[in-house]
Unconditional design. Structure first.
Length: 400
């Protein structure tokens, strides 16, 4: 009996100190700056949606209302735009997201037109993915040549497609059990090639392996730690941590690769570090800075780990020349602001951001490319030309 008593005392001595240890503290993120442009300046975003970045540090954001993809330097200097509202090639209707593949080709989830458009940085169309298997595509991620994933918010599965957009298979199925989906909204790949799917209806993230087999799921409806409400944006960083734009709660939620809650930052409201609507998109650069399109602010807010207080906002003149030139010496972007050094953006100064030399799937947040400058549709252009000719003839008759 005495031996049993001594053993119990020893166990208590070991266990009680463990109870006194503090729980692991959640990671802390703080506001690090913003990009903001006046309404009539180049760079202004009417309704920003999806966002991504490339290995050179350029940031790409879709403007859903204007049917455009706009491009910026890491510090927020406006570089150019692609697209306009419409249904033709390199025109978009309510585009939800823009993605990049490892070779720098761009993919726009042209949601309102029920298709995906793929093209090069030089405005050369690669393919248009459309047909009866596409209803409202909202996100794309390219795995390798001849294999991509497409999320269609109206279908409870993720489409597997080849380079021409032909559906070759699916991942997931309708339902709320393990591996089930309802309204897939965002896609991302981790460094192991696993597919992560954000479901806005089920308020969770589901992970599948390379073969489409269910691995795990995390998140649930609510406003507490690790909970989500109508999430609409997904990103994975260089170490496979997962970030969710928790639009219903007005914040960003971060999980580790196993789905454990790490942090929540941002809040509902106006001003720095807050969101009046959304957020609806998110991208994390190789250095860990979190970029979040700000609908009410018509720009982008940035967050960094370890910042406990909000940084003061200042007006900084952008001193960058964003002109992109192709081999023939011509500008590659549909509309490039070659005098970006003269543009002024309201930004909080950031430390110099050094992009990685090469892109990896972990750095590509699946969410394109320069389109020609806006022009009149062909029928309208022809009518204008005809009226001009008639006017010239009429003037000649009157002069006689």
């Amino acid at each position: 009996m005495r031996s049993v008593f001594l053993h119990l005392c020893l166990c208590l001595c070991l266990f009680v100190p463990l109870l006194a240890l503090p729980a692991a503290a959640a990671e802390s993120y703080g506001f690090a700056g913003r990009w903001s442009y006046a309404e009539h300046d180049k760079g202004y975003l009417t309704r920003p949606g999806g966002i991504t970045g490339d290995a050179t540090g350029q940031v790409y954001i879709v403007d859903r209302e204007e049917g455009e993809v706009q491009v910026y330097s890491p510090s927020g200097a406006y570089l150019g735009r692609w697209g306009a509202l419409g249904t033709g090639e390199l025109l978009f209707t309510d585009p939800a997201d823009v993605s990049l593949d490892p070779d720098g080709r761009l993919y726009v989830a042209d949601t309102g037109n029920g298709r995906v458009q793929a093209f090069t940085q030089g405005c050369n169309v690669i393919a248009t993915w459309a047909g009866n298997r596409y209803v409202r595509p909202v996100d794309v991620v390219v795995v390798k040549k001849d294999k991509s994933y497409v999320a269609d918010v109206e279908q409870p599965e993720v489409l597997i497609v080849d380079d021409e957009g032909t559906v070759t298979g699916t991942v997931g199925f309708g339902g709320d059990g393990d591996g089930g989906l309802s309204r897939p909204r965002g896609l991302a790949l981790d460094s192991g090639g696993n597919l992560l799917v954000l479901d806005e209806a089920l308020d969770r993230v589901t992970k599948y392996d390379r073969n489409g087999t269910f691995v795990l799921r995390f998140g649930e409806k609510g406003a507490g730690d690790g909970q989500l409400e109508r999430p609409e944006g997904l990103a994975v960083d260089a170490t496979d941590n997962v970030y969710v734009a928790d639009s219903g709660n007005g914040r960003i939620v971060k999980f580790d690769p196993s789905g454990e809650f790490l942090a929540a930052f941002g809040s509902r409201g106006s001003g720095d570090g807050r969101f009046e609507e959304g957020p609806f998109g998110i991208w994390v650069d190789p250095q860990g800075t979190v970029y979040v399109p700000d609908l009410a602010g018509h720009g982008v807010q940035l967050f960094r780990e370890g910042l406990a207080t909000l940084a003061p906002e200042t007006n900084a003149t952008v001193e960058e020349n964003g002109t992109a030139v192709n081999e023939t010496g011509e500008t590659e972007l549909g509309e490039v602001n070659g005098t970006a050094a003269n543009e002024t953006a309201n930004q909080t100064p950031l430390d110099t951001l050094t992009p990685l030399e090469t892109a990896t799937p972990a750095n590509i947040t699946p969410y394109g490319t320069p389109t020609p400058p806006r022009s009149l549709p062909a029928p309208v252009g022809g009518l204008v030309a005809a009226l001009a000719v008639l006017g010239i003839l009429a003037d000649r008759r009157r002069s006689r």
